[in-house]
Design a protein around this ligand. Structure first.
Ligand SMILES: Cc1cc2nc3c(=O)[nH]c(=O)nc-3n(C[C@H](O)[C@H](O)[C@H](O)COP(=O)(O)OP(=O)(O)OC[C@H]3O[C@@H](n4cnc5c(N)ncnc54)[C@H](O)[C@@H]3O)c2cc1C
Length: 556
């Protein structure tokens, strides 16, 4: 009870803090693109065409070729910097589930490069145009619809939020980066800052060989949540667990293709809903359209870390959601056991006392602000970091300015990333600890004192329903307030129409492979559509994703 009251107080505070920002957006306060850039970057040059580094071709090493590192590599190179991205993984396998790119990240990408944005749109699925929100997981009724996600994008001339497969995003970036910029099987194990302002790095491969590369002007640690650069800069004992906080939650996830006649689509068809968050006592379940007829599901459970060994994840999750809506069980029943992944979720407190930068070395993304995935903002914040850092480095006219510029980058990014980190943690804590099945007067009048939802969390959830739309306007208003470029509505409509047409064609094609006693599913490991025979328990390849999609699109 005490905890719930604390959360309400925090939420109210949050509303007030972000209300000012969101009010400006909600009331349609429009500013020009150039003005936005000035406001956001406080005086830094945002002219994307300027030949910034012709006189000073700074030599920059980036540790990590994830979302943040790869985007930074592209951004720096597009401005003329001499950049190398060192990636620990031996090769970039086409592996990984979809990632949501929200309107704020899309706006940064477009501001940096309309061409890159256009390429991303070629593989993008918009979810923010459709019905998204929270459902009562037991009664299967919509509890709160996120109108803010669509309205705020429209009122601010931003593209809607959507998803893209991580390998597709990676492909787009690799195709736009000059060959030889990204080096695989090359982990940055250590750096040394020299008195002349240069930085030397020790790069190691999987076989244990190491070599020293000398004379970088800047080194950026974009090496993820277990960052080696962070461990060295902040003198942490090791880059492994202990340096991050276990959130208290573990997550189960998989991607599957639901039969269009399934119970899952009884209320909303495949093209009607974007994502749905099913709430109930002590846990929650999320489904999202991720394009090509696929539904991705996540189950968030409050469990201690390291609970991975059990005979069946599907059965375990089904037990956890026993008595919840058929929509959840339809997803679980349509998921072969071997594709369910479990992941313990870690984050960190914002680094208020220790700067992300020291001398000529700095960090971005999960290395400095890992966050809960609830708002789908971890990667988006890494993109914002890369965007700001690149633009600040463009203002460097003498190498002696670099340490100051890297501190300025930390100052500009700290508050926003900390707020988003806080909102992400708060939203998962609130959903799990405070939300429950909402109290209903009609049911109470019928059942009287024995009514099972006459509990504090249920009554609280009932009242919260009144405030939630405002909270979501505040939340999305704040998230979308960072938007250095905007679009005319006709252009956005064109992207949405194209994406929907492609998604329809791909989904129709994928649905052709659905047959009785078989589950059609998607393997994020091999990026292919597969079939699982529920009788023989055999799996077989239907088609790799690229072939399936191009055959669908060729008919358009
Ligand atoms: C379940 C889940 C769902 C999510 N969904 C979303 C979403 O929808 N939208 C969103 O924006 N975010 C989402 N996130 C968060 C997002 O994945 C991360 O915030 C994002 O990947 C961070 O990017 P990064 O580049 O900082 O780190 P990473 O993507 O982790 O990349 C780090 C890279 O560095 C490499 N590396 C590590 N050490 C070294 C070294 N010493 N030298 C060289 N290379 C090294 C690694 O191999 C890796 O490639 C989600 C997270 C989870 C867990």
């Amino acid at each position: 009870m005490k905890k719930a009251q604390f959360y309400i107080a925090i939420m109210m505070l949050l509303i007030v803090v972000v209300a000012v920002v969101s009010l400006a957006m909600v009331t349609g306060f429009h500013i020009s693109t150039a003005k936005r850039a000035q406001i956001i970057s406080k005086g830094m040059t945002m002219n994307t065409d300027a030949p910034i580094t012709a006189q000073i071709p700074l030599r920059i090493a980036v540790a990590g070729g994830g979302v943040g590192g790869m985007f930074l590599g592209y951004a720096l190179q597009s401005k003329g910097f001499n950049v190398t991205v060192f990636e620990k993984a031996a090769k970039f396998s086409r592996f990984g589930g979809p990632i949501q790119l929200a309107s704020n990240a899309l706006s940064c990408i477009n501001s940096l490069s309309p061409k890159l944005f256009e390429n991303i749109m070629g593989r993008f699925t918009f979810t923010g145009t459709r019905k998204c929100g929270i459902k009562d997981g037991i009664r299967n009724e919509w509890y709160s619809v996120f109108e803010a996600i669509k309205n705020l994008a429209e009122w601010n001339d931003l593209p809607y939020t959507g998803v893209i497969d991580r390998p597709d995003l990676q492909d787009v970036l690799i195709q736009n980066i000059q060959e030889g910029t990204i080096i695989n099987n090359a982990a940055i194990n250590k750096y040394t800052q020299n008195s002349d302002g240069t930085v030397d790095i020790i790069v190691g491969d999987k076989e244990g060989n190491e070599k020293e590369l000398k004379g970088f002007d800047v080194v950026v640690g974009a090496d993820g949540i277990w960052s080696t650069i962070r461990a060295q800069m902040w003198n942490e004992p090791s880059s492994r667990p202990g340096t991050c906080t276990y959130s208290g939650y573990t997550l189960f996830a998989a991607e599957t293709v639901m039969n269009p006649n399934s119970n899952f689509f009884k209320e909303e068809g495949y093209f009607d809903a974007g994502y749905k968050v099913y709430i109930g006592p002590g846990k929650y379940f999320v489904t999202s359209d991720v394009g090509s007829g696929r539904i991705q599901w996540y189950a968030f459970l409050a469990l201690p870390p390291g609970t991975k060994s059990r005979s069946s994840n599907v059965e375990f999750v089904k037990e956890q959601f026993n008595g919840w809506t058929n929509e959840i069980h339809a997803c679980l029943d349509n998921t072969p056991e071997h594709i369910v992944e479990q992941r313990d979720l870690y984050d960190r407190r914002p680094s208020i006392l220790k700067s992300w930068s020291k001398g000529h070395v700095t960090m971005l993304g999960d290395a400095v602000h890992p966050m809960m995935p609830n708002l789908g903002q971890g990667g988006c914040q890494a993109i914002e970091d890369a965007f700001v850092l690149t633009n600040l480095l463009c203002d460097v006219t003498e190498k002696a300015q670099i340490p100051g510029v890297l501190q300025e980058y930390y100052r500009q990014r700290l508050v926003r990333s900390a707020i988003v980190q806080g909102m992400s943690r708060l939203s998962s804590d609130i959903i799990i600890t405070s939300f429950s099945t909402p109290f209903k007067f009609a049911e109470f009048l019928k059942e009287g004192g024995s009514y099972k939802y006459l509990t504090f969390p249920s009554v609280l959830t009932f009242y919260l329903q009144i405030f939630l739309p405002y909270i979501f306007y505040a939340q999305f208003g704040y998230l979308y307030s960072y938007s250095p470029s905007s679009f005319d509505p006709a252009t956005i409509k064109k992207y949405v129409d194209n994406s929907l047409r492609r998604n329809r064609a791909e989904a129709t094609k994928v649905y052709e492979s659905i047959s009785e006693k078989c589950i059609t599913y998607f393997s994020a490991k091999s990026m292919s559509f597969m079939k699982y025979n529920t009788v023989s328990a055999e799996t077989s390849l239907i088609s790799d994703a690229a072939t399936m999609r191009s055959s669908a699109v060729s008919k358009l």
